[in-house]
Structure formats: C-alpha cells, structure tokens
Design a protein around this ligand. Structure first.
Ligand SMILES: NC(=O)C1=CN([C@@H]2O[C@H](COP(=O)(O)OP(=O)(O)OC[C@H]3O[C@@H](n4cnc5c(N)ncnc54)[C@H](OP(=O)(O)O)[C@@H]3O)[C@@H](O)[C@H]2O)C=CC1
Ligand SMILES: Nc1nc(=O)c2c([nH]1)NC[C@@H]1CN(c3ccc(C(=O)N[C@@H](CCC(=O)O)C(=O)O)cc3)C=[N+]21
Length: 304
C-alpha cells in the first residue's frame, strides 16, 4: 500500500483562517483583541523557533501574540511572579510557559516545572496543563483541549478518518501528548473533539514488552516518543493510519540539521494507508489549536 499524505500544514492553515474570521467577529461585537503571552526562559534554539512560529501565526489571525523573554538567570520566585502578574492582567487571555524550562536555570538548581505550571490561572491555561483542565478533560467536559492532541483530532476529523471501534496505539505517555491523546480518543461521546470518540486505546511506553507486536495490531498508530525514526516499517500493519508527533533535530550530513519524526517515514509510507509528514504534519496543527484556545479564553473572560 502507498500511503496518502496527511497535510497538517494545509489543514492548520484552514483552521487558522477559521479562527481569524471568528476573532474578527468577536472584536466587531465589542470583544477585546485576544492576547496570548508566551513566557520563554533561556535561549533554547528549538523553543525560539516555536515561539517565533506562534507569534507569526497570532499576528495573521488578529491575535495579540506577545513573548516575554526571560534570562536563564531568572529565579523560580521571579518566574512565579511573572506568571502571577500575567494572571492578574486583564488584557492577557492566554498564558503559555514554554517547556522545557532550562535545566541550568534558577541559579543552576533548575525549575520545579509543576510548580510553575500550576501557578497559571486555569482560565488562561491555553496549553490545558493545569490539574483543573486535565480533570475536566478526563471527565468529558473539557474547557480547553490540549493543543497537540486536539490538532490530531481535527486532522482525523477533517480527513474523515474515524477511530470508532478501532484499535489506537499511542506510543508515549507524556502529560503534553500521550496521556491526553489516549484519553480523548477513548471518550464515549466525542466531547474531546468533533465526532472523534470510541476508540479502543493502548498506551505504550519505554517499559512496554513486545512494542513491535503491539504497534502492528494498531489500526491507528500515534507516535509521541522523541526518538528519531524509531518506529520502523516492521511495526506497522498494512493499511494503518500513522500519526507522527515527533520533532527531532538530527544532523543532515552536510553540517546542518534537519527535522525527522519518531517514525521512519519512507518505510512506514509503504505500509500505511495514510501518514503525517515531519515537518508539515502535527506541528503546525498544534499552533493552530493554540490560537483556537486563545480565542476561547478571551470569549469566556469577556462573557463574565
Ligand atoms: N508536534 C508537536 O506539536 C509536538 C511535538 N512534540 C514531540 O513529540 C515527541 C514526544 O514528546 P513528549 O511527549 O513531550 O516526550 P516525553 O519525552 O515527555 O515522553 C516520551 C514518551 O515516550 C516513551 N518512550 C521513550 N523511549 C521509548 C522507547 N524506546 N520505546 C517506547 N517508548 C519510549 C517514554 O516512556 P516512559 O514514560 O516510560 O519514559 C515517554 O512516555 C518529541 O519528539 C517532541 O519534540 C512534543 C510536543 C508537541
Ligand atoms: N508549553 C508548551 N506548549 C507546547 O505546545 C510546546 C511546548 N511547551 N514546548 C515544545 C513543544 C513542541 N511544540 C511544537 C509546536 C510547533 C511546532 C511546529 O510548528 N513545527 C513545524 C516546523 C518547525 C521547525 O521548523 O522547527 C512542523 O512540524 O512543520 C513544533 C513543535 C510545542 N510544544
């Protein structure tokens, strides 16, 4: 089988366009310009790219996208104060603390990531990382859907790929991708995205025995591992749908870097019925859903 390419970049552009129209309507009806503030500590090059992409996308959608760049010397207390000031600022609707926080930050001690994320007001938590938002999601009554899994849900929906009754294998159990992805696809009622529900979900991770065999039993395989091209063609059954979340920078052999996913694309494309590329797959969708959440946050605060 030769796979259809699932064009995340194109679908993300459609979603951003739709969000842009809704932002315009919201502002015309008297609402404030939705404002997303990203907090970036240190100078991690990958984080710089994501934050730049986010602010460009915000601008195009009519959202005020701000970035607070803090030096790596920032202390945990100072970072908590920054977050609390953003919580209290009525002009800011969405707050995103870019992860990972630098290991050498906070005077060399590193940050307690949980403590910092927990300080974000749940109503402004457009990443959907706070315990309140995770709990609401789990119970099938989400306020914000986490951006990366929501992007995947939108992709499946818009490509008419149903997961109902299918076996979905999610490789990876992070709080940002694997865990919420698994929970969202297993919902009874599609509360976690349009019509996307009722999958039978397996969560695999680094302690999983027989990973290849489990992956081969997947109708839909979601790889969120962070290991370049670790999912080979031998781990994919004929006709499976493959969603590659991985964004890994590897040497390109010419002195520079290139991005590859967690899936060996060339091998997988020979087996799968449909597959997302890296770049141009899940990454752009993540940003589109972040804009969506920022508008939701502004609408919810405005209504009160
Ligand atoms: N496209 C996008 O928008 C986004 C992309 N990403 C990318 O997705 C990837 C995953 O990110 P994230 O979820 O944050 O990663 P984490 O490092 O937090 O989690 C990785 C998960 O993969 C599991 N794992 C690691 N090695 C193996 C292995 N050899 N076999 C099976 N499972 C393994 C780990 O298992 P265990 O729990 O046992 O350690 C863990 O659950 C990264 O490449 C990241 O850059 C992330 C966020 C957004
Ligand atoms: N609080 C927080 N929330 C996040 O959502 C978050 C985070 N921290 N830390 C890092 C990960 C990663 N992430 C990506 C977003 C966009 C692309 C993206 O746009 N990728 C493009 C290419 C980007 C490039 O050229 O490097 C693509 O895949 O086509 C990738 C990865 C969000 N994350």
């Amino acid at each position: 089988m030769t796979a259809t390419l699932l064009d995340g970049k194109k679908i993300a552009a459609e979603i951003r366009e739709e969000v842009g129209v809704k932002v315009k309507e919201f502002v015309q009806s008297g609402g404030p310009t939705p404002c997303l503030t990203a907090v970036l500590v240190g100078e991690d090059p990958a984080s710089q790219v994501y934050v730049r992409n986010k602010s460009r996308a915000c601008e195009k959608a009519g959202i005020d996208g701000r970035t607070l760049r803090l030096p790596v010397e920032t202390t945990e207390q100072e970072l908590l104060d920054v977050v609390r000031n953003l919580n209290a600022d009525p002009a800011v609707h969405g707050i995103l603390v870019q992860l990972p926080l630098p290991k050498d930050g906070n005077g060399g001690k590193g940050f307690d990531e949980r403590l910092v994320l927990d300080a974000v007001d749940p109503r402004k938590d457009v990443d959907a990382f706070s315990p309140v938002n995770v709990g609401l999601l789990m119970q099938g009554r989400p306020r914000f859907l986490p951006c990366t899994p929501h992007g995947i849900v939108q992709l499946l929906h818009r490509e008419n790929l149903s997961v109902a009754g299918k076996h979905v294998v999610v490789v990876g159990r992070s709080d940002i991708v694997g865990k919420p992805m698994a929970m969202m696809l297993a919902q009874r009622d599609g509360s976690c995205g349009p019509k996307v529900a009722n999958a039978t979900v397996t969560i695999a991770h680094s302690r999983t025995a027989n990973l290849a065999e489990i992956c081969r039993s997947a109708d839909v395989l979601v790889a969120a591992v962070g290991v370049p091209e670790m999912i080979g063609g031998d781990m994919i059954s004929d006709g499976a749908v493959v969603i590659d979340v991985g964004i890994n920078r590897v040497a390109d052999g010419a002195g520079g870097y290139k991005l590859v996913g967690d899936v060996n694309f060339d091998e997988a494309a020979k087996k799968a019925s449909a597959i997302t590329p890296v770049p141009g797959g899940v990454g752009p969708l993540t940003i589109a859903m972040l804009l969506h959440n920022t508008l939701l946050a502004a609408q919810a605060i405005f209504k009160k």
